[in-house]
Write a protein of this length. Sequence first.
Length: 277
Amino acid sequence: MNRNKMISSAAVYGLLAFITLICLFPIVWMCLISIKSTSESITGFHSIIVEHPTLANFKRLFEMIPVWQNTYNSVFTTIMGTITSLFFCALAGFAFAKYRFPGRTFLFYFVIATMLVPPEVGSVPLFIIMKKVGLINSLWSLVVPRIATAVGIFYMNQYITDVPDELVEAARIDGCTDFGIFMKIILPVIKPAMASWGAITLIARWNDFFWPLLYLRKQAKYTLMVTISLLPVSEGLSTPWPVILAGTTLVIIPIIVLYLILEKFQKAGIMEGAVKG
């Protein structure tokens, strides 16, 4: 019996290890190619052997595009987008969870129904609005339209609903304003949810491609993701693959490190949502 159990466990762990290797191989291969010279092979089994490691590809990358400016653009839109999304989604979730007003149920279900519509459907109307308010080619065009999302509002509402009404009423009796209740009572209680949703939003904003490509018109305003994606046509079609993959490595490594750091907060948020009472 124990032997069968050991064999079964070994098979499961072996399968999981194999799947993990398959998932990690493209990332590892990309990083290896990024430090190879352009004269070395990037195909077949020879592609995973680095004979002469070099940072020349990264040097050329910095010469081709304004990496530091594009990185600043990505960091700015990611941080501002995450902060505003957290605040306004939590605020809306608080209103839906703890207040009773006419049309509340209809409005909440209407917000939820918008989750069925792909965001790209509204790209043309949003572009027209951004143009009329003068935000085309502005980094704020990547922040303002998504300061609150249906998914974020629903996510926060589910957590705030579990906050005891007695806490809110006690704070109100003590003279706390509605906004004070939100800041001093609700936000500290839903920290795990904030951390979890913040991690998800942070990664999504960093990886954003469609909206920066739509709203931004100058390379100096591009986010790092858009700039790297345009590398193959930066010098006609002559950009070497090692240089392109050096740029891809530059984009993907920070978000992997960030995810590993924020993983514990995501787990805390999930566990908090699973505990009732």
